[in-house]
Design a protein around this ligand. Structure first.
Ligand code: HEC
Ligand code: HEC
Length: 315
């Protein structure tokens, strides 16, 4: 069970441990089939790319590039987000254009800059593969089709919940924060920084679309949610990303423009120093916060407590 930062109740340690992402269990469930497909290049046009090419487990299921590489070296238009902690999200992609994980999963397969394989052809490929035919028949009782393909991915992704971070242990009273982490936690929930206005709840997101000032219509020309809704009030809005495992998923923002968490904090501290004429910026943003060096470090220390135990060894 996930804890929220505001949680006063002490939960027992539930230890929802998924044994390992790298050594898949025998394929007998929808989730295991989804995991196999997630790692299989068969679903890209030239068989060179799998979901895991961009959503790499060691990097919190994202990668290290501002824009990832799809088939034939084509670049994605946005930064690859983590696919951890998706189970309770109401929509997907930076602009929320997919309403379910089932629907979302088919989109990168067909996308010309990602895997470039029309879904019909992807399904035909799976049907031509004796191993997959057998697995789908065993698990779904039907041959591969677009519906059970989406369902397998979604089942796998719903297992990718993380709740074993230093922050969770702190909420459970199992560890004490360092002084810096504690100061950072207080700053994070303070009226001064307002981080918690948007990054709230168990996964540090309000699941809404907000504009933090990274759209100016010129150099920063991704209008985000507006592309989907065509409502002026949505110009430059992106879905508030959850912050669990954030230390693993650099670079940051929809366009990967910040390399480090320190740069992200510098931005929030004084957005005007980075973007001169933001369009439609949220009213809570824009006034310099006036953080000193120690306070910036404290916020970064706090954000680093959100990394799940399972990923800490590699980094
Ligand atoms: C070439 C790199 C690439 C590949 C391959 C890829 N993705 Fe992604 N993924 C991205 C990018 C970039 C985005 C964000 C796109 C956007 O928001 O417009 C994304 C977004 C997502 C999201 C939404 C996350 C969120 O926070 O809303 C999920 C879920 C996801 N991908 C799952 C998958 C699955 C499943 C596959 C394989 C079928 C896959 N991806 C293949 C790059 C990739
Ligand atoms: C008004 C809502 C709002 C407030 C306040 C806010 N954020 Fe954000 N945050 C967002 C949105 C929306 C994005 C994505 C923006 C984009 O890509 O254009 C984001 C992105 C981020 C990212 C990068 C996430 C990623 O996966 O790339 C970090 C880290 C972050 N915020 C931390 C903070 C901290 C720390 C504070 C307080 C100093 C804060 N945020 C205040 C809404 C907000």
């Amino acid at each position: 069970m996930k804890k929220t930062i505001a949680s006063l109740i002490l939960f027992a340690v539930t230890g929802l441990l998924i044994s390992s992402y790298t050594s898949p269990p025998p394929v007998s469930t929808k989730a295991a089939l989804g995991q196999k497909l997630f790692n299989d290049k068969i679903l890209s046009k030239d068989r060179s790319i799998s979901c895991a090419s961009c959503h790499i487990p060691e990097y919190g299921f994202s990668d290290t590039l501002a824009f990832s590489k799809g088939i034939e070296g084509r670049a994605t238009a946005r930064n690859t987000p983590s696919v951890l902690n998706m189970k309770n999200r109401p929509y997907f992609f930076w602009d929320g254009r997919a309403k379910s994980l089932e629907q979302q999963a088919l989109m990168p397969i067909a996308h010309p800059d990602e895997m470039g394989l029309p879904v019909k052809e992807a399904v035909a490929r799976l049907n031509a593969d004796a191993g997959y035919r057998k697995l789908f028949l065993r698990i779904f009782k039907t041959l591969p089709n677009s519906t059970n393909l989406g369902a397998a991915f979604a089942a796998f992704e719903r297992t990718l919940e993380t709740d074993s971070s230093r922050f969770d242990a702190y909420i459970d009273d199992l560890v004490a924060f360092t002084e810096s982490e504690e100061r950072g936690r207080k700053l994070f929930i303070s009226e001064r920084t307002k981080c918690f206005d948007c990054h709230r709840g168990p996964d540090f997101t309000d699941d809404q679309f907000k504009n933090i000032g990274l759209f100016d219509g010129y150099a920063l020309n991704d209008s985000g949610r507006y592309r989907i809704s065509r409502k002026k009030e949505d110009l430059g809005k992106f879905k508030t990303p959850g912050l669990r495992n954030i230390a693993l998923t650099a670079p940051y923002m929809h366009n990967g423009m910040f390399q480090t968490l320190e740069e992200v904090i510098d931005y929030y501290n004084n957005p005007g120093a980075f973007v001169l004429n933001p369009v439609n910026m949220d009213t809570t943003m824009g006034v310099p916060i006036g953080l000193n060096k120690q306070e910036k470090n404290d916020l970064v220390s706090f954000l680093k407590t959100l990394t799940d135990k399972r990923f800490q060894k590699q980094h």
